[in-house]
Design a protein around this ligand. Sequence first.
Ligand code: GLY
Length: 375
Amino acid sequence: MTETVTVDLPGRVYDIRVGAGVLAEAGPRIAAMGGRKHVAILTDETVAGLHLRALQDSLGAAGLTSEALALPAGEATKSWPHLERSVEWLLDQKVERGDIVVALGGGVIGDLAGFAAAILRRGVRFVQIPTTLLAQVDSSVGGKTGINAPHGKNLIGAFHQPSLVLCDTALLDTLQRRDFLAGYGEVVKYGMLGDAGFFEWLEVNAPRMADDMDVRIHAVTRSCQMKAEIVARDETEQGDRALLNLGHTFCHALEAATGYSDRLLHGEGVAIGCALAFETSARMGLCAQEDPSRVRAHLAEMGMKKDLVDIPGDLPDAAALLDLMGQDKKVVDGTLRFIMARGIGAAFVTSDVPRDVVTSVLNDALAARAAVPNS
Ligand code: GLY
């Protein structure tokens, strides 16, 4: 089973191919896109060891030569020094305006390579081949590219859409369980924000997702469809695209509070943040009281972190977490924007969230931690 999702942006329509083995399509599809018969690949050292050979074999079989730059794995690579190294390497590879750059890796490589492609010769085409669940359902789709600054994550970047995305769901077999589950945080977010039927389907089927390829393909495909629809409506996040940030205001504060360390992976923070967003919505009378419990029950069934109690080590108090939320990119004129929900599948953007409600949600979640030894 192989699926195609189309991102329908005027003048920049592109396909997302989803299925087990679609990496093998890289050669013929990239050859058909024109440009020189030489492809420059940006990847990381871990992914290169696992999947680069298969990619280069596919390119070679289609008559394309290729060269790869393998950068260190990890978030620190999304930085000025590695961007500079990547762009200069691409220039050494003589990449021209009509050529294709390939990003083979997770979100770090996709964001960095996409940004390098955006600024090289004022923009060259690039193909995303995401190798993590998080990258397949979120970061490889929609054209947000960039690097981190000492001031914060993703503060330097550009919108630059890929020309093709190949989501090979078989590549996810090489992920650690924790990374797979963290990526699932972004999958379930789509059900919560805009498709109650998908959330129900995930409640029934997602526990089999690690072992059942058809379930995995449907979950990735539906996630990409939802992202594609939202991006087509609002590419540069003037409105609806902000819905994709469900759970992220809480998540960014928790990531900052835990030092962007492996105490909390981004997708884990998204899952906890979604649960907190539903709790806040319920307390404001926006959604049913049962909705936050249902969200947490599903996360627990998946074996995921679902609350502050699941984050190891110390956390600051509610006031400090609120201050960290205030540093979020989504603050406009000093006002925090939240994604709240009128029910599962019915999220909306609002600035109208009383500070005392958020404080009480955080205080209760922190008190629950205090009641559990060694959290
Ligand atoms: N990851 C959120 C977005 O692409 O807008």
